[in-house]
Design a protein around this ligand. Structure first.
Ligand SMILES: NC(=O)C1=CN([C@@H]2O[C@H](COP(=O)(O)OP(=O)(O)OC[C@H]3O[C@@H](n4cnc5c(N)ncnc54)[C@H](O)[C@@H]3O)[C@@H](O)[C@H]2O)[C@@H](O)CC1
Ligand SMILES: [K+]
Length: 441
């Protein structure tokens, strides 16, 4: 059989168009054809069937049987639904090398993992954490896309929108340029030695804001209305603060004898603060003398204050002494936040005397007397220039013009008033009745 097959392979088949042949050769050809048929039947057909069967077997094994599947592209990975994220990759089929103990380094990792990249080679099932992160990124991306989608607009609406946008930009530019101009003006005024703004900022920085005349009066009324302070109470604490400011500025230890203090008291409550301060100064070891030209006889509080001073042998005069020599300080308790207009007699003369050269350092209570509560120093007449100012409760607007030593006193303001008037009062140190404010340059 094998010899006949070999022969059949070696000998070519006769062409159907070939010339007629001899009878023995036609027998021979027939025999050869039979041999070929036998060869096809025995060799070719079984081999082909074997091949087909083998292919069928492979197909039956299916995807699982594949050892090196095509790696999924990045877009394919992204398109996969979340549920299949962790399971889309085929199970890893170890190669012979791996079976021998060699573990190939995975090339593929989640694209969301830092440094992960998609490459050829082995594919591993994606880690669940990476899959979750990827899904999160994808959903965020989708959300962003939706936000970026412009809502349906007509051409007219679009033009309106652009116009409105341009107007807004122009307005913002205008506001910005105005702001810059204001800032430049401010700096220019500073350059011209107009330090008002900066000083105001200093005092405001320490106390939140400066009170105008109306607010100062309103705070006074509120202290008596809602926290229920009596005038006596407030005046006592205010006067004590004034005495403390004097004692701090002119300490007893600096003098060999009892230092003399001249207190000039006006007709109102500012004057009352002076009367109280005189009493405390006496108890502190000072030698106070009071000038009270217009004593308030109608209010018992003032009558009492004068009586208390006379019981301590503190002199209370109606006029200024001939000379102010020998006094360590003059306390100006003439006018407070209710002062207005031109100074009337007899205080006009008194203020003139206080502005004369050689006058001892003046300590003003709440407002430098003769100063406008809001505008500051007067433009006409005697202008008092105190060395020390003690603002009570909170500094008033005129304090922005003051350049000397500045104290705050009147340690009785409750949080409700601090909040209402947007004050930012500094903390009083320890048991002190006064706190120094940063007002100097
Ligand atoms: N809560 C507060 O704010 C406190 C205020 N106190 C003191 O009270 C002061 C305010 O008291 P008052 O409302 O009684 O007012 P003032 O003490 O400022 O003085 C008002 C008096 O001055 C007179 N006067 C006003 N302008 C004048 C002028 N141009 N020429 C001459 N006389 C003039 C008025 O006729 C009135 O008799 C504060 O400055 C402060 O020293 C303290 O006693 C207690 C707490
Ligand atoms: K005063």
């Amino acid at each position: 059989m094998e010899a006949s097959v070999r022969r059949a392979r070696e000998e070519p088949l006769a062409s159907p168009n070939s010339s007629p042949r001899a009878p023995e050769s036609s027998h021979l050809e027939a025999a050869q054809a039979i041999q070929r048929l036998v060869y096809v039947r025995d060799e070719v057909v079984p081999a082909r069937e074997k091949l087909i069967a083998a292919r069928r077997t492979n197909e039956a094994l299916g995807e699982v049987g594949r050892r090196r599947p095509r790696p999924a592209s990045a877009s394919e990975v992204r398109q996969l639904p979340n549920a299949t994220m962790g399971a889309f990759a085929p199970p890893h089929m170890p190669s012979t090398a791996e079976q021998d103990g060699f573990r190939p380094k995975p090339i593929y990792s989640s694209p969301s993992a830092g440094g992960g990249r998609i490459g050829k080679g082995h594919m591993r099932a994606m880690p669940t954490l990476g899959a979750k992160r990827l899904a999160k990124e994808l959903s965020a991306g989708r959300r962003m896309e939706e936000q970026l989608k412009e809502p349906e607009r007509t051409q007219e609406q679009r033009m309106e929108f652009v116009k409105a946008l341009r107007i807004r930009v122009a307005q913002e530019k205008l506001v910005e340029s105005q702001r810059r101009e204001e800032q430049a003006l401010r700096w220019r005024s500073i350059g011209c030695f107009c330090l008002f703004d900066v000083r105001a900022a200093f005092v405001q920085g320490a106390c939140g804001r400066l009170l105008n005349q109306k607010e100062a009066i309103a705070v006074d009324e509120e202290l008596m209305a809602s926290p229920g302070f009596s005038v006596d109470q407030l005046m006592e604490l205010a006067g004590l603060s004034v005495a403390c400011a004097v004692a701090t500025s002119f300490p007893l230890a600096q003098y060999s004898e009892k230092p003399q203090v001249l207190l000039i008291c006006g007709p109102g409550n500012n004057g009352g603060d002076g009367l109280v301060a005189a009493r405390h100064l006496h108890h502190f070891g000072y030698s106070p003398r009071v000038v009270y030209p217009k004593p308030n006889q109608k209010q018992q509080l003032f009558v009492n204050l004068v009586t208390q001073l006379s019981q301590l042998s503190v002199p209370v005069d109606a006029t200024l002494p001939e000379s102010m020599e020998g006094y360590c300080s003059v306390v100006d308790a003439i006018f407070g936040f209710s002062f207005s207009g031109a100074v009337r007699a007899p205080f006009d003369d008194i203020l003139r005397r206080l502005t004369a050269p050689g006058t001892p350092p003046v300590l003003s209570v709440d407002i430098p007397s003769g100063w406008d509560v809001e505008q500051g120093p007067p433009t006409e007449g005697a202008c008092l220039q105190p060395s020390i100012l003690i603002s009570l409760t909170a500094p008033k607007m005129c304090a922005a013009h003051f350049t000397g030593k500045h104290f705050l006193g009147g340690r009785f303001v409750p949080p409700s008033i601090v909040e209402k008037y947007a004050l930012r009062l500094p903390a009083y140190p320890g048991m002190s009745q006064i706190v120094e404010l940063p007002a100097k340059f």
